[in-house]
Design a protein around this ligand. Structure first.
Ligand code: PHE
Ligand code: NA
Length: 455
């Protein structure tokens, strides 16, 4: 390994395999699994969509995850310089660095609307803890909780206070650094999240219509599958694994050299998929048991779950645990969404971590206002005929991520030299042929299909 090609300031490295898996799984498991996955499954008709999604994860999600972790570890640099250094070493065009650059921009933009949704979780946590839902005296109806959610969206102040609180928590963790902040927090947050989610799923299986939910999630009806659904499944497979956003490249830079990239990527994708499916199995039985529609979109859980928590025994505790769980899941992802920008500022401009995190947080706070205002005082439909919030979600998850994912695959498949791949995978070099095949053909084919579906 050439020391000269590496970043001037070497980042700290996570010890052992478990911490990296926790951090990467913490990044992957987020609002994408618990909030977005159930509602897009609902909107896209269930089983067939889930099957396409699972195929995406296996066929190119895992290989791309390996690629990104490897790019980071081979350079120990932020996403922008990782591509820059590797293209220099392989004599490829230095313009590849913009792939890393667009990844960083993508994570930054995602964080600007991610914190708004995380703010909803925080608000619903506070409301549930205070017993506002459960002690209202009369039985709630869907109209009540719907009006409540609309009320949240209509209040810029509430949205801003909630999302800024979340953002400041992310700031504190990122500013504390890789070891003191990120490593320490994921080590207890990830296990508690799993325990809470499993408890909720067990409750839901006993009290809800489990079989109907199981059918909905797992028996495919391909007549419901449209090209647009396929597009959404491909985009979501990037989003849910934190791919094409610089996050996994950046975390890869902190992975120790002896850990196996292939096993790690499988573990992370496995955990992410299990959490998404468990979230589905926790939510849909209750949705069906209460005669609610699975197709109600982004508000699915914020409108229907409070109804359910109000009626179930110990609903206040369960409800509070659930929204706290969402908050934790969002937090570990939020940290990984801020880290690419902070690592880039640190390395590119020799900034101190605290200043880099501060600058990122302040500018994000301003950016997030656009998303928050697009629900109330600024309802212009200017981005692809969508509100700013929806448009930004579409632009990042479906457009930018597609470009970055495709370019990353082509870069690994066609530009990297065999000895660079060898260095990326270390003693696991047996998987290189399979990996290269996926990067050259499988991933581009799926992304091509997605672009075709879009136009
Ligand atoms: N994977 C996260 C989720 O599912 C979101 C995320 C995307 C995090 C990109 C980091 C980078 O919620
Ligand atoms: Na995810």
């Amino acid at each position: 390994q050439s020391e000269a090609g590496r970043a001037t300031r070497e980042p700290p490295i996570w010890k052992g395999r478990i911490t990296f898996v926790m951090a990467a799984a913490g990044s992957a498991v987020g609002l994408g699994n618990i909030w977005k996955f159930p509602y897009i499954v609902g909107e896209n008709g269930g089983g067939a969509f889930v099957l396409v999604y699972l195929a995406c994860i296996l066929l190119f999600g895992v290989p791309l995850l390996m690629a990104e972790i490897g790019l980071g570890r081979a350079t120990r640099a932020n996403a922008f310089s990782a591509f820059k250094q590797l293209s220099a070493r392989s004599k490829a065009s230095s313009q590849w660095k913009w792939v890393g650059g667009l990844g960083i921009v993508t994570s930054y933009l995602i964080l600007s609307f991610y914190i708004v949704v995380a703010g909803w979780c925080l608000y619903y946590f506070v409301v549930t803890v205070s017993g506002d839902f459960t002690q209202s005296g009369q039985t709630l109806t869907q109209a009540d909780t719907g009006a409540r959610f609309d009320g949240v969206l209509a209040s810029p102040v509430l949205l801003i206070v909630a999302s800024t609180t979340f953002l400041l928590t992310v700031f504190l963790i990122v500013a504390s650094g890789i070891k003191n902040g990120i490593e320490k927090s994921v080590n207890w947050m990830m296990p508690s999240l799993m325990v809470m989610l499993v408890l909720l799923a067990i409750y839901s299986a006993q009290n809800g219509m489990f079989m109907k939910a199981f059918d909905f999630l797992f028996s495919p009806d391909f007549s419901k599958l449209t090209l647009e659904s396929v597009l959404i499944a491909v985009g979501h497979s990037f989003f849910t694994l934190s791919l094409a956003s610089g996050s996994m490249v950046t975390y890869g830079a902190y992975m120790n050299d002896s850990a196996s990239i292939g096993k790690t990527a499988l573990a992370v994708a496995g955990i992410d998929t299990m959490v998404a499916l468990t979230a589905g199995l926790a939510i849909f039985p209750l949705i069906f048991a209460h005669g609610l529609e699975p197709t109600s979109g982004p508000g699915l859980m914020f409108i229907s779950l409070p109804l359910i928590f109000e009626q179930m025994p110990f609903g206040q505790i369960f409800g509070a645990a659930f929204f706290f769980l969402m908050f934790i899941a969002a937090l570990t992802s939020g940290v990984s969404l801020m880290e690419p920008t902070v690592a880039w500022l640190e390395q590119q401009f020799s900034m101190k971590r605290l200043s880099a995190a501060f600058l990122t947080t302040v500018s994000l706070c301003a950016m997030s206002l656009l998303s928050a205002f697009s629900f109330n005082i600024w309802d212009a439909k200017w981005l692809f005929g969508m509100s700013f919030f929806d448009g930004l979600d579409f632009l990042t998850a479906n457009v930018f991520m597609t470009i970055v994912a495709l370019a990353t695959a082509l870069f690994c498949g066609y530009c990297l030299k065999p000895e660079q791949l060898q260095q990326m995978f270390g003693h696991q070099s047996r998987i290189i042929p399979v990996f290269t095949f996926s990067m050259r053909f499988v991933a581009p084919a799926f992304v091509g299909l997605m672009v075709y579906a879009a136009f």
